[in-house]
Ligand binder design. Structure first.
Ligand code: FAD
Length: 471
């Protein structure tokens, strides 16, 4: 018999349950990708994600070529395209790994129903999380709203099964009509992507390489190293996880193997890292149960929050990294240049936007969506609502990050600041951490004056919040 495997957010051959099931259960397998960004509206992939997707698909095609076949690539309505491919291939079954975003769930539900009516056996698999988002519930049978109990529950039942090996079909099928990756038009017309190409290697091999580096160098010191933006103290696996080029199961397996090989007692060192992957699961749990939250406050009390009116000039300076606050600008320029930003700096730039500038968190979420290579609806929604104070288990609104204290503490020699703000590289670190005391020195470097007074804007934000809290 013949099966189609529909690739989406699972661009890998190893530990891929849909692909493994198709290869195990059928004589012939046709691997397919259908480009239909309109199906993901209103969160169709942004510019940086499109860049990544192009290269990740090219990488997958190279891997399949090494097995003597290709990814069959189509553009258009998935149901029409699949029906056409079923006709052309004689397939009786379709396998895919599930998606978890509201638009993905809606389109997959409709697709499954229509194909089943056609008499096709449709099998959906759990491929990208430790646990499906609906599997965990509180004792009262409700979705979790607080991370720690969610994590305790999840941690006590992490799947122990080994990751699946690279799948191989008995026979890979090819049918006419496959398009070149370039036909999707995912690459930018104006080539702003040099920084991305320097920083990343999309695809399964690139993910594996980062995991090896992290397992060798950084994981043991992760609890401390993850807070220092100048260092590669984190895994940088986020875009690879988003596109499903690696799974949490594979990551844990490799890290445990290494820890075990060196010294079993080192295993507790893995916990802080596993916990971060737990946040990813929590984000997916929340998005599944509260699918309106990419646009709406999780905590409806914030619906009355007095945001400042959207100010395009202010937003532009934030986006371009010209706010005059060194850590904020360094982060925004890292984002623009590499498509990624260190987690601590993400919190700082988000706090600055939503509290000091009092712009609605959605302005920030949308900019991140367009510029992050790891833009992920679950994680981005959680991150923005957490910082803005309106999310599940969020940071309290009155916690306003102070970018000067943050850089003094986590970037003491200003290596991160100087890397991304080369115009300030000649100034002493202390001058940068206390930039408000040295306006003339910074201005002489051509660096802008602060866009807001930090203390006054913080007080105004807290006053706005107190008024809301009193209501
Ligand atoms: P590591 O520290 O190595 O962590 C490993 C993995 O755990 C990450 O790859 C990620 O998948 C997951 N993870 C880590 N921290 C978090 C977290 N706080 N929430 C959810 N998952 C987490 N992450 C995204 O993947 N996509 C986003 O669009 C995104 N937007 C964010 C927006 C804001 C305002 C904030 C504050 C955070 C956002 N994050 C997002 C979370 C976090 O910043 C990134 O996951 C992390 O910086 C990625 O780097 P890493 O892979 O080196 O992380």
């Amino acid at each position: 018999s013949t099966a189609l495997v529909l690739f989406r957010r699972d661009l890998r051959l190893a530990d891929n349950p849909a692909l493994a099931a198709a290869c195990a259960g059928h004589d012939r397998v046709l691997p397919v990708y259908i480009h239909a960004p309109e199906q993901e509206a209103p969160w169709a992939p942004g510019a940086a994600s499109r860049w990544w997707l192009h290269h990740a698909l090219e990488a997958l095609r190279r891997q399949l070529a090494a097995q003597g076949t290709d990814l069959h690539l189509r553009i258009g309505n998935p149901l029409d395209q699949l029906r056409d491919l079923v006709r052309a291939s004689g397939a009786t079954a379709i396998h895919w790994n599930r998606r978890y975003e509201p638009a993905g769930i809606a389109s997959d539900t409709a697709l499954k129903a229509a194909l089943r009516e056609d008499g096709i056996a449709v099998h959906s698999h759990a491929g990208n999380l430790w646990h499906e988002p609906w599997m965990l519930a509180t004792d009262a049978g409700q979705p979790y709203r607080v991370f720690t109990p969610f994590w305790h529950n999840l941690r006590s039942q992490l799947p122990e099964a080994a990751p699946l090996p690279v799948a191989r079909a008995r026979e890979w099928l090819r049918v006419p009509g496959s398009l070149p990756t370039a036909a999707m038009g995912l690459l930018p017309a104006i080539r702003w992507d040099a920084g991305l190409a320097e920083a990343w290697r999309p695809g399964e091999a690139g993910a594996r390489e980062l995991l090896e580096i992290f397992a060798d160098d950084a994981v043991a010191d992760y609890a401390k190293g993850r807070d220092l933006p100048a260092r590669h103290g984190t895994s940088r696996l986020s875009p690879h996880l988003h596109f499903g080029e690696i799974t949490p199961r594979q990551i844990r397996h490799v890290l445990q193997e290494r820890a075990g090989a060196i010294d079993a007692r080192q295993r507790p060192d893995l916990e802080p890292y596993l916990r971060e992957l737990g946040w990813r699961e929590f984000a997916h749990h929340l998005l599944f149960h509260f699918p309106h939250t990419p646009e709406a406050n999780f905590n409806p009390r914030f619906d009355d929050f007095p945001w400042a009116p959207a100010d395009e000039a202010v937003l532009a300076r934030w986006r371009q990294g010209r706010t005059g606050i060194p850590l904020v600008d360094a982060g925004m320029r890292e984002l623009w240049h590499t498509g990624w930003m260190h987690n601590r700096v993400r919190m700082v730039v988000a706090s600055f936007l939503t509290k000091n500038l009092r712009q609605h968190w959605l302005h920030g979420a949308r900019w991140f969506w367009d510029t992050l290579v790891d833009a992920d609806l679950a994680n981005n929604t959680l991150g923005w609502q957490w910082v803005a104070g309106c999310g599940a288990d969020a940071a309290p609104y009155f916690r306003v990050f102070n970018p000067y204290l943050q850089s003094a503490k986590f970037d003491p020699d200003a290596a991160y600041l100087k890397r991304w703000l080369p115009e300030l590289a000649a100034l002493p670190a202390k001058t940068l951490h206390e930039a408000w005391k040295h306006p003339a020195a910074l201005a002489a470097c051509g660096y802008p004056a602060p866009i807001v007074d930090m203390a006054a804007s913080r007080d105004a934000a807290l006053a706005a919040w107190s008024a809301l809290a009193r209501e």
